[in-house]
Write a protein that binds this ligand. Structure first.
Ligand code: ZN
Length: 454
């Protein structure tokens, strides 16, 4: 079977060599919107497949994901913690599976029970896990008895999030508005385009790989359509733009715990350059948790529409402003995009953002009800275990003198040229760190500059 493709029309300004806007139906808009439902870890994994060395997307989150992947399992509370952190769930998974292009290749959920306890007929205190490495809380054996869920694979067709009869206008920086002639004229006027004969209409066919590539551009550039259509990469490459931090409003603070984590930062005295930091498991637990938060929640609930990824801020605002009755399937569908909860029941106690996860918590097998096993120990995904070494771009690993000495040798820094600072990370600093990690490879430098300025 030939791979599915979607088509959009793009209108190119021949003189200024840029895409003015695209005209698209629900197939294209649904896919763009679907990224709001995806956890950051899923987006990192998907974009890493659309490799292009010229385009860097999602700054330090790539490094964070990689270091979680390489992180020794012995430091985690239970066997299934790493699996759950690396494979965060999207609560709109079923909707996304029915999109015209298959963008997210995450495997469907599988459920595992303890085969031993089942065969012995134990019926109380029964647990299931979504990871085949989990151990039974009753007998300690591997929960490897597989139970598949009833998943509908039927392609229902039509729009998943937005109405399938509407046409949309998508600007170069991903503002989406329902089509109207007045909308087009306003857009042209705003862009200073008076003579429509200078516009050239082109048809663009996109398969899943091309779509993913376009999305990757949208995560790192402000003119993804122009870059994609006209291949004008270098003009628009601006991934290291400065990040503006905002003070949190007081409302946010009340909703979170007052817990603070400590980061011990080593700087070069003579230059102020960040060398490395050391932290305890609470910080590591918190930062790994970034990967489970859906993009829509990062931009909306946490950053109030200003994540500094311009295209997705625009996309988010477009969803917020779009009329529910006319353009969305329902209010519930719109909420799935602007307030997607993390797809996990258990968040770490070190997650200082106010997140409430949701997932399937009970499973019925042959008339018995199984509860989801809590993978944490004392509310944490990590064991209480020593110190961790953290680089500027959020590579995290168990600390060792080898790492420290290597860093000093590599950067040619003398021991008497090092100064230590203790930085406390609370809600506001955590938010700034998440924000910096979306765009920058120098996440901790950004945070420390901001902290020391105070
Ligand atoms: Zn058992």
């Amino acid at each position: 079977m030939a791979e599915a493709k979607i088509s959009i029309k793009v209108f190119v300004d021949k003189v200024r060599k840029r895409v003015v806007y695209a005209e698209a139906d629900h197939t294209f808009v649904d896919i763009l919107f679907s990224f709001m439902t995806m956890p950051m870890g899923t987006i990192v994994r998907l974009l890493s497949k659309a490799s292009d060395e010229k385009i860097e997307a999602l700054g330090s989150l790539n490094i964070l994901y990689q270091s979680l992947n390489d992180f020794p399992e012995s430091y985690l509370a239970t066997e299934e913690c790493k699996f759950m952190l690396l494979n965060p769930r999207n609560l709109s998974y079923d909707l996304c599976r029915n999109l015209k292009l298959k963008i997210d290749d995450t495997e469907p959920l599988k459920y595992f029970l303890c085969g031993d306890c089942r065969s012995k007929g134990y019926t109380c205190n029964m647990r299931f896990s979504i990871c085949n490495k989990a151990k039974c809380i009753r007998c300690g054996k591997l929960m490897s008895s597989y139970h598949s869920s009833a998943i509908s694979n039927v392609f229902v067709g039509g729009g998943m999030f937005v109405s399938d009869i509407a046409t949309f206008i998508v600007t170069d920086d991903l503002s989406v508005i329902p089509y109207s002639a007045a909308g087009i004229l306003r857009l042209l006027a705003d862009l200073g385009i008076n003579d429509t004969s200078l516009l050239e209409e082109r048809k663009l066919d996109l398969d899943s790989k091309q779509m993913l590539y376009l999305v990757k551009m949208a995560f790192s550039l402000d003119s993804p359509l122009t870059c994609y259509v006209l291949h004008e990469h270098n003009m628009f490459l601006n991934p290291r733009q400065s990040i503006t931090f905002h003070r949190c409003d007081p409302m946010n603070k009340e909703t979170t715990t007052s817990s603070k984590m400590v980061l011990e930062v080593s700087l070069q005295k003579s230059t102020g350059k960040f060398l490395f930091a050391e932290a305890k498991e609470d910080f590591v637990d918190f930062v790994f948790g970034f990967l489970s938060i859906p993009l829509g929640t990062v931009i909306g609930t946490l950053m109030k529409g200003t994540s500094s990824i311009r295209c997705f801020d625009n996309l988010f605002r477009s969803i917020l402003n779009m009329n529910v009755e006319r353009y969305f399937k329902s209010q519930d569908t719109k909420n799935k995009l602007v307030k997607p909860p993390p797809g996990q029941e258990y968040c770490s106690k070190n997650m200082i953002f106010p997140l409430i996860g949701h997932t399937i918590t009970s499973l019925s097998v042959s008339g018995y009800s199984y509860q989801l096993k809590d993978p944490r120990i004392e509310g944490s995904f990590l064991k209480q275990s020593g110190l961790f070494y953290v680089t500027d771009d959020l590579s995290i690993s168990p600390s060792s003198s080898h790492l420290v000495i290597n860093t000093l040798n590599k950067l040619k820094v003398k021991v008497d040229d090092i100064e230590k600072h203790e930085i406390t990370i609370g809600f506001e600093e955590g938010l700034n760190m998440l924000k910096a990690s979306l765009r920058s490879q120098s996440t901790l430098t950004n945070i420390i500059k901001h902290q020391l300025k105070k």
